[in-house]
Design a protein around this ligand. Structure first.
Ligand code: DC
Length: 338
């Protein structure tokens, strides 16, 4: 159900017509994208500029960029301590989504309550290259990486260890009632602890993959792992990779990407990875596992794998992990102003 909302945003620009036009257009485009709206849902856009931005009217810039909505801009009174070279906006719109305010670059200083830490949600099917990409992004941006699949894998392993069928929700619940699963970082590398044991190596087998996919469909399991994922995102800038990060775990993540690739390419990548680690595997088995896991992950009733309305889809068939990471980093840099 849609309701009328007011979305705030701000950006800084130098006092030239071109820069003002570019900055305000970028700001409004991002507000539209993050809030899942277009001109059709907008009631009006009000803009104000600090007194030093005299070269151009931001309302005129939006009109010239093709926005066909009621627009108004005005100059703010000069108040001691106010941010220089600043354009502020309020978009009033009909929206069915939670509000996402947008503060870009230098203007992020205005709202450190919402801009101090940022989160990047990286979702997508198995084998799309999420973890490789997330590791590169985390390293280059100097932020924390959490591979959430490792948590489901650890619980899948626990079921296998205990001889419990990972798809039998009642027995799985019993088996996992008192389990302890934890994430620790040693030299920036994530380790997964299961009942105090480091299982980071043991969770990477095809058997554990299938068990993880099965236990991840159980609501009790998803609920159990929610807190640990959110806690890590609370006090750090983070990148989390998974299936439901942008939709369930961190729905208000500032950056969301949905990374995908064809099933053949994903199976080939997983196959190469396992062979490199010395596993004896057959490509057809890996391909069939990919298809089965895609089906399980996207058709389960709770938190199914799907692209969030405010996520950018990246198809990586013809891209290297570095290229995908560079794309994500440049998107983040545009907003954060790195
Ligand atoms: O990303 P991965 O292959 O390590 O994930 C293992 C399984 O865990 C996967 O089949 C689906 C599940 N999973 C999930 O349901 N939600 C997440 N956020 C991460 C993984």
């Amino acid at each position: 159900m849609s309701k009328t909302v007011s979305i705030r945003g701000a950006v800084t620009a130098n006092n030239s017509a071109g820069e003002i036009a570019q900055a305000v257009t970028k700001l409004v485009d991002r507000i539209y994208f993050k809030n899942g709206i277009t001109d059709s849902e907008v009631v009006n856009i009000m803009l104000s500029v600090s007194g030093d931005l005299t070269s151009f009217s931001p309302a005129r810039a939006l009109r010239e960029a093709g926005h066909n909505v009621p627009l108004m801009s005005c100059v703010e009174p000069n108040v001691d301590g106010s941010l220089a070279n600043c354009i502020r906006v309020m978009v009033t719109a009909q929206s069915e989504h939670p509000i996402s305010h947008v503060y870009l670059g230098g203007a992020r200083a205005l709202r450190t309550d919402i801009t101090a830490n940022y989160a990047i949600a990286l979702d997508g099917p198995s084998g799309a290259g999420k973890s490789t990409v997330a590791k590169i992004v985390a390293k280059k941006l100097g932020i924390t990486y959490l591979d959430t699949g490792a948590l489901y894998r650890a619980l899948g392993l626990k079921c296998l260890n205990e001889g419990v069928s990972p798809s039998d929700s009642a027995t799985v619940k019993n088996c996992l009632e008192n389990v302890s699963v934890d994430i620790v970082y040693t030299d920036g590398i994530q380790r997964v602890m299961l009942d105090g044991e480091d299982v980071s190596g043991k969770i990477r087998t095809p058997e554990v993959s299938m068990a993880a996919s099965a236990v991840s469909a159980i609501p009790y399991v998803r609920e159990k792992l929610l807190g640990i994922q959110r806690d890590i995102a609370k006090s750090n800038s983070v990148i989390l990779d998974g299936r439901d990060i942008g939709t369930v775990v961190l729905p208000s993540a500032e950056f969301k990407f949905f990374l995908t690739a064809s099933a053949e390419i994903r199976a080939k990548r997983r196959f190469d990875e396992l062979i490199e680690k010395g596993n004896k595997v057959v490509y057809e088995d890996i391909y069939n596992d990919v298809i089965t896991r895609d089906h399980n992950d996207s058709t389960r009733a709770v938190a199914p794998l799907k692209c969030a309305y405010d996520a950018e889809e990246i198809v990586s068939d013809n891209m290297t992990a570095e290229e995908v990471a560079d794309k994500i980093i440049s998107d983040v840099a545009e907003v954060v102003g790195l």
